[in-house]
Every structure is written in C-alpha cells, then in structure tokens.
Design a protein around this ligand. Structure first.
Ligand code: HEC
Ligand code: HEC
Length: 322
C-alpha cells in the first residue's frame, strides 16, 4: 500500500516536472557555479574524513576479495536497488577525470559532471554540509588510492524511479545546500559533534524517519524508524529516557561507537556494525566525545521503535513509514 502511494506521488511529480520543463523550455537541472577555494589539500586529513563519513561501505562490493571503492555494492531501498559506483581515480570507470569543482558539485549539490542529478541514496543531502576544505581533502585522499577498472552497474529501479529528472523536483523540495555553519549558542565541542553527526557521519540517513518521498521528517531527527535501510527497525537515538538513549551516559555512547558494544553487553549488528568498523571506530577520543555531547543535547523525541520485535516481521511493521 505504501509503495503504491509512493508511486502515485512520484508519477504526479514526474508529470509536474515534465509540464514545468515544457513551459520553461529550460534544462531542468538547477545548479549554481561552484567556486573552488584556495586550499592546500591534504590526503592525510582526507583519510580521516573518509572514515568519519563512512564512504567505504556503499562503494565497495561485499566479500573479502572486493576491490575497495570499485563499486558494485547492492543497496536495497523502497525505491529499488542501487549499485554504488566506482569512485577510484580510474579515468574511464571511476572519477579520475574529475576536477575539484566537479567533486564539490557532486557532494554539495548532488549533480554529476555531465549534469545528471544524483539519487539521494548517495547521501549528499548530508554531505552537502561538509566544508569546502574537507571536500578537497577527501578528493585528495581518493585520488591517492589505486585506480580500479571496474565498470559501473546500472541501478535497478522500477518505474517511475528510473526517471532521473524527478530528482530535480526532489532537490527543490528537500535539499538544503550546505556547508553548515557553527551555531553561536553551542560550545565548540557541540558544534563539532553536530558536524560529525549531520554532515560527515550522516547518522540521520538511517536513524531519522522519512516521508513517502524518502525525505527525513524534520522534527523527528534521529528518532528512529520501523523501516530503515534493508527494511529493518532502526533505534531512536535521541535522549528520550524510555524510547531513546536518554539513560545512556556519554561513556556508554563513546564505548558503543568505538567498540560496537551496547551497555547490556550485546554487540550492534545490521548497518551499525559496519558504521562502527568502517567509520566511528577510527575517530579520535575527542571526536567521539563531541558526538556524545551533541546526541545528549538533542531534543528528546518520544518514538518507540521495534517494540514488537518478537512478533512476525510483517505484522510489526508500520505501513506509514517511508
Ligand atoms: C549510503 C550509501 C553511500 C555512501 C555512504 C556514500 N555513497 Fe557515494 N554514492 C552512492 C550511490 C548510490 C551513488 C550513485 C548515485 C546515482 O547514481 O544517482 C553514489 C555516487 C557517488 C559519486 C558519483 C560517482 C559517479 O560516477 O558519478 C561520488 C563521487 C561519490 N558517491 C562519492 C562518495 C563519497 C566521497 C562518500 C563519502 C563522503 C560517499 N560517496 C558515500 C552511495 C553512497
Ligand atoms: C547504515 C545505517 C546506520 C547509520 C548510517 C548509523 N546507524 Fe546507528 N544504528 C543502526 C542500526 C541498524 C542500529 C541497531 C543495531 C542493533 O541493534 O544491532 C543502530 C544502533 C545505534 C545505536 C544504539 C541504540 C540502541 O538503543 O541500541 C546508537 C547509539 C547509534 N546507532 C548511533 C549512531 C550514530 C552516532 C551514527 C552516526 C555516526 C549512526 N548510528 C549511524 C544503523 C545506522
């Protein structure tokens, strides 16, 4: 049922975009010129950011012998199956021919060098908040890695989601272009935490519930969802005492992000296991403390997720998510 509604909404959007484009006679992509700031890029700083942003997972196929970042990872979503592309510096199959401006535009605006809009399965709606300097360091790091000649695999998206011009409309509605600025009322540590959670760590891509068009619901940030990536329940990580992590200490949060162990001694699984191994376990103690400080200052949102874990999977799933 939810999917049917999503499809109907998407078809309406497609028609809207087509009509708007026909009337304007313009190209449909909205994009502004990208200015490349003066910055001496550091591959070493980029390596740290690469971990903080968890770029490895979606761009590396599963299996031990997969070539890092050569693409092919299958990403199942309610909109179809995406395959992470090759982002090694291979000139033909990767991003080896990209300029700095191309790279900034892709992560900040979700636009490819040839003008195509990217799907938000590539979490640029989060990465748009990264600073220019961090983006340039990230590119320097990627370009320091070996190139792999792995061709990209086309996404497998049912009608109408395969129609990329829909994305222009999605972006007009939902993409709030960065970079993000520090908030004056917050300590330096809280601002650093906000940057790590919202921009780099893209925690909300999994932990925030989404509307039918796949956009996060603003006042529910990090409040968990019954149907996250791969259809599984994702816990509420706001400081709500009953339904979130309000009873956790800062040490509990830091320990989980470093070692993957919950306060009750269990290890996290699902996507979070990979977030810990590829991303948060590489962060400095200061950065983990900053994430904990920011999570603890978020508004507590009451949202019980996965309460009916023991029941049959189908009956426990809410039909209203996504
Ligand atoms: C949640 C999965 C996911 C994560 C995490 C992710 N990506 Fe991607 N990325 C994708 C998908 C899916 C696409 C393809 C989007 C499309 O085709 O519209 C993509 C596309 C790209 C592209 C464009 C490639 C091309 O050939 O046009 C670049 C560059 C890129 N990602 C870099 C990054 C970097 C750098 C990071 C970390 C900061 C990152 N990605 C993290 C899923 C992800
Ligand atoms: C790819 C999806 C994904 C991303 C991205 C992600 N998480 Fe998670 N997270 C999960 C899942 C799934 C679980 C539940 C794991 C389990 O219970 O085995 C989880 C669990 C947690 C928990 C434990 C909550 C509890 O009540 O047990 C915390 C804390 C947490 N994540 C914090 C974060 C932070 C901070 C980030 C960003 C740095 C983040 N997560 C990014 C998927 C994700």
């Amino acid at each position: 049922m939810t999917r049917l509604i999503i499809r109907i909404a998407a078809v309406c959007l497609a028609l809207g975009v087509a009509v708007a484009a026909a009337f304007s006679g313009a190209r449909w992509v909205t994009r502004t010129a990208v200015e490349v700031p003066d910055h001496t890029a550091s591959a070493e700083a980029g390596a740290y950011l690469f971990a903080a942003a968890g770029c490895a997972t979606c761009h590396t196929a599963e299996g031990r012998d997969a070539t890092p970042l050569a693409g092919g990872r299958e990403l199942a979503t309610p909109f179809g199956t995406f395959y992470g592309p090759n982002i090694t510096p291979h000139a033909e199959h990767g991003i080896g021919s990209w300029s700095d401006a191309d790279f900034i535009r892709a992560l900040r605006q979700g636009v490819a060098p040839d003008g195509r809009d990217y799907y938000p399965a590539f979490p640029y709606a989060s990465y748009t908040r990264l600073s220019d300097a961090d983006l340039l360091d990230l590119k320097a790091y990627l370009f320091s890695l070996p190139a792999a000649a792995e061709p990209n695999r086309a996404h497998d998206l049912p009608f109408p989601f395969g129609f990329r011009p829909l994305l222009t409309f999605w972006k007009l509605l939902y993409l709030e272009e960065g970079p993000m600025a520090p908030e004056p009322g917050r300590s330096e540590m809280e601002n650093r935490g906000a940057y790590l959670v919202q921009a780099a760590g893209h925690c909300g891509e999994c932990h925030s519930p989404r509307n039918a068009l796949g956009a996060p619901i603003g006042d529910m940030a990090l409040a968990g969802t019954e149907e996250g990536p791969e259809g599984r329940a994702i816990p509420n990580i706001t400081p709500h005492r009953e339904t979130g992590i309000g009873r956790w200490s800062a040490d509990d949060i830091v320990f989980l992000l470093r070692a993957g162990m919950l306060p009750d001694g269990d290890f996290v699984g699902g996507g979070m296991g990979e977030v810990v191994s590829e991303n948060t376990s590489h962060l400095t103690e200061d950065d983990l403390r900053a994430i904990a400080a920011y999570l603890q200052m978020m508004p507590a949102v009451e949202n019980a997720v996965g309460a009916s874990d023991d029941e049959d999977d189908e009956t426990s799933r809410s039909d209203d998510d996504w």
